[in-house]
Design a protein around this ligand. Structure first.
Ligand SMILES: *Cc1c(COP(=O)(O)O)cnc(C)c1O
Length: 321
């Protein structure tokens, strides 16, 4: 059993309230007409950092004791999690070190530096960067802010579930992009606690669906990464996973894998019909919806998890289409 309680999610909501606004739930007329269901979009790209990861990072950092805050925080993520940790640390005037390998592209490094993070370049791989984080924890007493396998992080993402339940109490199904499983664990825990019949669907790209493979094997597995438009869903779940593996096993009713063309289609669909730019990871759920039959009148909520996509990537997609 995991140890997350509903009270922890309410506490998270209270903690992050001064920094994070609730996001809208948008009724999608286009997707509803297309599918016959009532499809709603939870606009989790609509945060100052461009992704929901701000909720978990904020809750974790705000829950640290004052003396630990002073010693600083560290992470080895250069993606949405790293950006959110750096953003929150800057807001609260807390020292933040992001450890990266020398393979990280300059654009990402510059974005982190703009957020006032100290960027430490060590080694040639993600593993080297992680090892440096552990050193900083030991030597300087910094706190490692994990991207998903942490109770406060999961509780932070769970606040999305509270919002969905108040914005659409009749929800039948929630569709959630899945990587490490922090997003799905938090939302599903909250929604199933309120209404166990809510159907929870987790979506991953076909290439390297680590959580889904791990669930099939009954233990965390390691898969080789392959390039995908849903780059924010890359990465392992950790062989020492404590929370998100058992929680995903407990709460996910259905795991779906979409191929790259579906992700592209989902992304362009949201751009064309809503004039909203989302990244590949967020488009996985839409790619699934476009090929699904939910049944007339069902209330479906899809989580649009982020919008951090390079302009060249999106312009290539538009020209190709
Ligand atoms: C991190 C991330 C996800 C997946 O979240 P997990 O908690 O790792 O499952 C989905 N979409 C975007 C945009 C992300 O940054």
């Amino acid at each position: 059993m995991h140890e997350l309680s509903f009270r922890e999610v309410w506490k998270a909501r209270k903690r992050i309230e001064p920094f994070i606004q609730p996001t809208p739930l948008l009724y999608s007329e286009a997707l509803s007409e297309q599918t016959g269901a009532n499809v709603y979009l939870k606009l989790e790209h609509d945060h100052p950092t461009g992704s929901f990861k701000l909720r978990g990072a904020a809750n974790k950092i705000l829950s640290l004791k004052e003396e630990d805050r002073q010693k600083g925080v560290t992470t080895f993520s250069t993606g949405n999690h790293g950006i959110s940790v750096a953003y929150m640390a800057a807001k609260l005037n807390i020292p933040c070190t992001v450890c990266i390998s020398n393979h990280v592209p300059p654009a990402k490094v510059n974005r982190l530096k703009k957020l006032q993070a100290r960027v430490e370049i060590t080694g040639v791989s993600q593993d080297d960067a992680e090892a440096r984080c552990v050193e900083l924890e030991k030597e300087e007493g910094m706190t490692i802010i994990k991207p998903f396998d942490d109770k406060e992080v999961i509780a932070g993402q769970g606040t999305i579930g509270l919002e969905i339940m108040s914005q659409c109490p009749d929800v039948d199904e929630v569709i959630i992009p899945l990587s490490g499983g922090g997003l799905l664990s938090g939302i599903a825990f909250v929604m199933k606690s309120i209404e166990p019949a809510v159907h929870v669907t987790g979506i991953t790209m076909k290439k390297a669906a680590v959580m889904q493979e791990s669930l099939a094997k009954g233990k965390p597995v390691i898969l080789e990464e392959e390039p995908t438009l849903a780059d924010s869903l890359l990465g392992g779940i950790g062989t020492d996973n404590r929370f998100t593996f058992p929680m995903t096993r407990m709460y996910m009713d259905e795991g779906v894998r979409v191929d790259e063309s579906q992700i592209e289609e989902g992304l362009l669909y949201i751009l064309n019909h809503h004039k909203i730019v989302i990244e590949g990871a967020a488009a996985t759920g839409i790619g699934h919806i476009l090929y699904s039959d939910f049944g007339e009148g069902k209330n479906i909520v899809a989580v649009l998890s982020g919008n951090n996509i390079d302009h060249e990537v999106i312009s290539d997609l538009i020209h190709k289409s």
